[in-house]
Ligand binder design. Structure first.
Ligand SMILES: Nc1ncnc2c1ncn2[C@@H]1O[C@H](COP(=O)(O)OP(=O)(O)OP(=O)(O)O)[C@@H](O)[C@H]1O
Ligand SMILES: [Mg+2]
Length: 366
């Protein structure tokens, strides 16, 4: 009853990039005196136990993780599991009760308020679920708002805002007011507002959750496209498994204020840490999540057969069937930089497709 797929590869393409955000032993309890609750949590108490014994709400029971430069790090979990609290702790909208947050090696928890504001202003932007646009300002003025708050001069911020609107496909709507825009367009203005600051880190809390499925899917594509150009570090909160699987380099699954599992989409699909994680990804089609790189294996004799057109490592495996079936031998798999990472034979592909589907069926019966 396992769903282990053939090769235990699947490290993300950003796996060797430098760590931008390092979080260690982070805890947040909502109490005037956090000590008794922290003491319970250190001994492994659950949120429910702390609430019951002390009547104290736990936002984050314990979290430690690294977020690397250029990755889209998705935080998932049920309502109340602590996702928004983590994001608010990252940009210091709220203070941690315990633990350490380092940005590029620098401990944010130790910074003075003014130094902190400077760092956050330069490095981070936040996109929320509710568009939070100002109704009496145009799309352009809304997109420029973050820069206005940051004290950037009018001409400069309008230029940056217009560029950002162009990038999200809304240049023609710069002079429109929010009530003249659809929900999806408003969300794009929200995204443009974040982009206009040209942040190196974007925090997106359920940023696409209020959109209907087609527009939501468009926005995910938009984010991936922008990310290919910019390679920002993105922390994206979602409770949608399909969304997480599509956009994430890595996913952290939160359960009751703790991290149940961190891994690439392929790693999590292949080996969910527990029933909670498994249940989250129930029904996700593995053949659309697993990429060529996830199932590529070293060629038998050390080199692939010459003359075969290589497969891009990013290709979802469901799209490989025709090519692999028609090829005279295993197809070489290459990363974008041309590096050969292995080959995919007919047998390996069929096994992966079969096990992927099998695992999906199996999970649904749990
Ligand atoms: N300001 C606060 N005061 C007291 N408790 C809070 C506060 N903010 C959050 N909490 C509690 O912390 C826990 C985590 O909340 P959080 O908003 O981080 O959840 P979430 O995972 O973002 O949920 P959702 O998916 O519903 O947005 C919840 O139990 C919540 O009640
Ligand atoms: Mg939330």
């Amino acid at each position: 009853m396992t769903m282990i797929l053939p090769t235990p590869t699947g490290s993300s393409s950003t796996g060797t990039a430098p760590v931008r955000l390092a979080v260690r032993g982070l805890r947040k309890v909502f109490a005037d005196d956090p000590s008794p609750a922290l003491e319970m949590l250190r001994h492994g108490a659950t949120k429910a136990e702390v609430l019951q014994r002390l009547n104290v709400n736990v936002g984050v029971a314990e979290a430690s993780f690294d977020i690397r430069a250029g990755e889209i790090f998705v935080i998932m979990g049920l309502s109340g599991s602590g996702k928004s609290t983590i994001v608010r702790l990252l940009n210091r909208l709220i203070e941690p009760s315990e633990g350490e947050i380092r940005l590029d090696g620098r401990d944010l928890t130790g910074l003075s308020y003014s130094a902190l504001v400077e760092v956050l202003r330069r490095d981070m932007s936040m996109v929320f679920q509710s568009f939070a646009l100002l109704p009496n300002r145009t799309a352009l003025e809304n997109a420029a708002f973050g820069l206005e708050v940051a004290g950037v001069k009018r001409g400069e911020r309008r230029r940056a805002a217009l560029t950002a609107l162009e990038r999200v496909g809304l240049a023609d709507y710069a002079d429109r007011y929010p009530n003249e825009l659809s929900g999806g367009m408003q969300q794009r203005v929200g995204l443009a507002r974040a982009l206009a600051k040209n942040p190196t880190i974007m925090l997106m809390d359920e940023a696409f959750s209020a959109l209907d499925p087609l527009i939501r899917s468009d926005m995910q594509g938009e984010l991936l496209r922008l990310q290919r150009e910019d390679a920002r570090t993105i922390v994206f909160i979602s409770h949608d498994a399909e969304e997480a699987m599509r956009i994430a380099d890595r996913i952290a699954v939160m359960e009751d204020g703790r991290i149940a599992q961190i891994g690439t989409p392929a790693e999590i699909l292949r080996a969910p840490a527990d029933e909670y994680v498994r249940a989250f990804f129930r029904g996700v089609d593995a053949s659309r999540v697993l990429r060529a790189r996830d199932i590529a294996r070293p060629p038998d004799d050390g080199l692939p057969q010459p003359g075969l057109e290589p497969v891009a490592a990013d290709t979802p495996i469901h799209a490989l069937l025709g090519r692999v079936a028609a090829a005279p031998g295993p197809l070489p798999v290459v990363e974008a930089d041309g590096r050969l990472i292995g080959v995919i034979s007919r047998a390996v592909l069929l096994e992966a497709l079969d096990r992927g589907e099998g695992a999906g069926r199996e999970v649904r019966h749990v």
